[in-house]
Design a protein around this ligand. Structure first.
Ligand SMILES: *Cc1c(COP(=O)(O)O)cnc(C)c1O
Length: 374
């Protein structure tokens, strides 16, 4: 067993510098090609990346935009969400999911989460009103929501589905990616996301050709491919430089997803028997899902003590979004009756989870967590 007091090992929550280190020759070559051509806005690498990612995910259309939050805003806007509408969003999410709704003059209505920490479809159902326009399932931690339940509910009540897939690139439900459930989905390429770029980036996914064309126009001032302005729009394009970097990283993605699943298996082996720790679903638990573990979100008793002890042992952990669900952010003035989310946020903690961790790193985190949690 490792002894925290004498150990020199450190496992930071996420090491941003490692991203570049891991892909340096490919990133340097990609940037060099773009800079030499002076090709910055809506150039070849953007289309190449969009096509390559669409193919990898088996989605008909992928449109690169400036960041994940914009991807949500443009998607909501394209499906017609506007002033006076309500959109049902889980409270267990990043503030950006709700803020995207708010930014269009619509109201986010906050639903509860279930045992796997993802939105509970029954809770969504109970919140539907005559003003509800869309449902926003959020595929947190690299795991897709119950898309059977969400799709059925949307069909029954004639609602649109806008998926927040910012944490779920590569995740599948019944072998289908976000954006393929008669829906439109948002991805984020924030540096700490599974497929991260060197700054901000995002994309919209959809099988619907008309929605895809609407997003292409909305991201570029309402312009059509012939340059004519045909609607109001935004400036929200994914930089060609970022697209070139993402394209260079894309070939490693499948292996990275598998590595994350392997780390999740190890965490289950090492921590599954610790009574004070609740783990996310095992990667092999359900053949309908392919979870990609953007994060490894556990719930522990005595979280403050565990987190502090892990920090002393050199293991970086974080509280999701500073430890607050959206309804717990006082200044936003949203209220919600979400007992499952309240319970989760009393003890949720993110353990280190990324493709740059070695087996020794994972073993070290497990050893320390076992000691701290007992
Ligand atoms: C990261 C994230 C976003 C926002 O993505 P950005 O690219 O940072 O704008 C939205 N929703 C969720 C759940 C996220 O994790």
């Amino acid at each position: 067993m490792s002894d925290a007091a004498t150990s020199t090992r450190r496992v930071p929550y996420f090491d941003y510098a490692k991203v570049y280190e891991a892909y340096r020759p490919d990133i340097d070559a990609a940037i060099d090609r773009v800079l030499r051509r002076g090709a910055y806005i809506l150039q070849a690498e953007l289309t190449e990346f969009e096509n390559a990612l669409a193919e990898f995910l088996d989605v008909r259309n992928c449109i690169g935009v400036a960041n994940g939050t914009d991807a949500l805003i443009l998607a909501l806007r394209a499906v017609g969400v506007g002033v006076g509408d309500e959109v049902v969003v889980p409270s267990h999410t990043y503030v950006a999911s709700a803020a995207a709704v708010w930014s269009l003059g619509a109201t986010p209505v906050l639903a509860d989460c279930g045992e796997d920490h993802l939105v509970d479809v029954a809770s969504m159902r109970a919140l539907i009103s005559s003003k509800t326009k869309a449902l926003m399932p959020v595929h947190l931690n690299g795991r897709m929501c119950d898309m059977d339940g969400v799709s059925r509910l949307a069909r029954e009540r004639s609602l649109i589905v806008v998926e927040d897939a910012a944490q779920a690139v590569g995740a599948r439900f019944d072998n289908r990616s976000p954006g393929t459930f008669n829906s439109i989905a948002a991805l984020s390429f924030y540096p700490a996301k599974i497929l991260g770029c060197l700054g901000d980036g995002g994309a919209v996914l959809t099988n619907d050709a008309d929605l895809a064309e609407a997003i292409r126009q909305l991201r570029d001032h309402g312009r059509r491919s012939d340059g004519q302005v045909v609607s109001w729009g935004f400036n929200s394009r994914l930089d060609t430089l970022q697209a070139a970097v993402l394209l260079a990283k894309l070939s490693a993605l499948a292996g990275e997803l598998e590595r994350r699943r392997e780390i999740a298996r190890r965490y289950h082996e090492g921590l599954g028997a610790v009574g004070t720790v609740e783990l996310p679903p095992h990667p092999d638990e359900n053949q309908r899902r392919y979870d990609v573990f953007q994060n490894f979100e556990i719930r522990v008793e005595n979280r403050a003590i565990v987190q502090e002890a892990l920090a002393r042992a050199g293991v970086g952990t974080i509280l999701p979004w500073g430890g607050r669900a959206v309804h717990q952010i006082d200044k936003l003035g949203l209220t919600a009756n979400v007992p499952g989310t309240d319970h989760l946020f009393e003890g949720c903690l993110l353990l280190p989870m990324n493709q740059f961790m070695t087996d020794d790193d994972v073993e070290y985190v497990i050893d320390q967590a076992v000691v701290c949690a007992e």
